[in-house]
Write a protein of this length. Structure first.
Length: 217
């Protein structure tokens, strides 16, 4: 055996010879976030276009076959999801009668961040009319929002939604968020009325949550 052969990485001589679709299925079964076409193509040593076509063919095959799962392109990559029609069965297995939903306060806060991002806590609080510090911490812990620098004028930390948010919402990008125009006049009015009355909150200050935000999730 030559020295070059002995030092070759394990599997490097065989991965390119694998059947493409089964190889993609095996890899997507173990990813914990959507995998990009470029990444999969590099790992499988195939042209990106070939991988992209195979992924779309697999997605179509699962739909035609009526499988209980589907292959979806979300947040810039591909991942397996259970099909919506079988959600009751999955909920029965995972939740077993318990709920793990966001509270109304968390949903409202997340919506403001999604449509106003990047946005500071004080701005979110102004739109909602209440202190949202507690809920923002929860959204950060859940991985739905993240820090996005600071506001030049005030130095306040800005927040934006994450790729995990897109994944959970089933969106390819923020441009797929529903149109907000019909609700903007009301939102702008609320913000205008509450901006002066809502202080600028210090993330390091002691909690001062209102009753609406105490039940976080």
């Amino acid at each position: 055996m030559s020295e070059e052969t002995a030092e070759a990485p394990a599997g490097s001589q065989t991965v390119a010879g694998l059947d493409l679709k089964p190889a993609l299925e095996a890899m997507l079964m173990v990813v914990d976030e959507p995998a990009t076409e470029a990444h999969l193509a590099r790992l499988l040593e195939r042209p990106r276009r070939q991988v992209a076509d195979a992924l779309r063919e697999l997605a179509d095959e699962y739909t035609v076959q009526g499988r209980g799962f589907e292959l979806r392109f979300v947040a810039g990559g591909w991942r397996f999801y259970t099909r919506a029609a079988y959600a009751p069965a999955v909920e029965r297995l995972v939740l077993d009668g318990q709920t793990a939903r966001l509270t109304q306060a968390a949903l409202e806060t997340l919506a403001v961040v999604a449509y106003r991002q990047p946005v500071s806590r004080s701005r979110v609080s102004a739109v909602r009319g209440v202190n949202c510090d507690g809920v923002m911490r929860t959204l950060l812990q859940r991985g739905l929002v993240e820090e996005a620098g600071t506001e030049p004028e005030t130095g306040a930390i800005l927040y934006r939604t994450t790729n995990y948010f897109l994944e959970r919402m089933g969106l390819r990008g923020l441009d797929e968020l529903p149109e907000l125009a019909p609700f903007l006049p009301e939102a702008e009015a609320i913000e205008a009325e509450t901006q002066e009355g809502v202080p600028s909150f210090d993330p390091d200050a002691p909690d001062s949550e209102d009753a609406d935000d105490k039940t976080e999730l």
